[in-house]
Design a protein around this ligand. Structure first.
Ligand code: FES
Ligand code: FES
Length: 155
């Protein structure tokens, strides 16, 4: 089997994968990084969102082999020890999760949204979040958390 090497959460990793192995499978099954979830098989739910070379992407729609040399960040790589990333802290503070299944993907997408749009309003947040589905319909608090984190991330 071919092998692939990439940086995941600032660590160099490699593994042998099949041509059809998806990035989300590589993260979960080869590296044990199970914070990245699989909520659909149609690239619609966003639960699998990670950052690839600094951009938020759905890891169920990427082949691991295509990412040789890439820089990947997952939810496990966000906190600095016991210090949460401002987006994680805002989700905690604003009760932006219910069952939590969608939350890692929401957080990773939300950071991407803020990075791409430093001056966010609620309408923009709601529009940009359309690729992430929360089956608990907890969107109101999620949108509030993202707005609050955007302010923190400016500082
Ligand atoms: S598992 Fe990737 S979008 Fe649903
Ligand atoms: S918090 Fe349950 S799916 Fe989003």
């Amino acid at each position: 089997m071919p092998s692939v090497s990439m940086t995941v959460n600032d660590k160099q990793v490699s593994g042998e994968v099949e041509g059809r192995t998806l990035l989300v499978q590589f993260l979960r099954e080869h590296l044990g990084l199970t914070g990245t979830h699989v909520g659909c098989d149609t690239s619609q739910c966003g639960a699998c969102t990670v950052h690839v070379n600094g951009r938020a992407m759905k890891s169920c729609s990427l082949l691991a082999l295509h990412l040789d040399g890439a820089d990947v960040q997952t939810i496990e790589g966000l906190a600095d020890g016991d210090t949460l990333h401002p987006m994680q802290e805002a989700f905690r503070e604003h009760h932006a999760l219910q069952c939590g299944f969608c939350t890692p993907g929401m957080v990773m997408s939300a950071i991407g949204i803020v990075n791409d749009n430093p001056d966010l309003d609620e309408k923009t947040i709601r529009h940009q979040l359309e690729g992430n589905i929360c089956r608990c319909t907890g969107y109101h608090n999620i949108v509030e958390a993202i707005g609050a984190a955007a302010e923190d991330m400016k500082g």
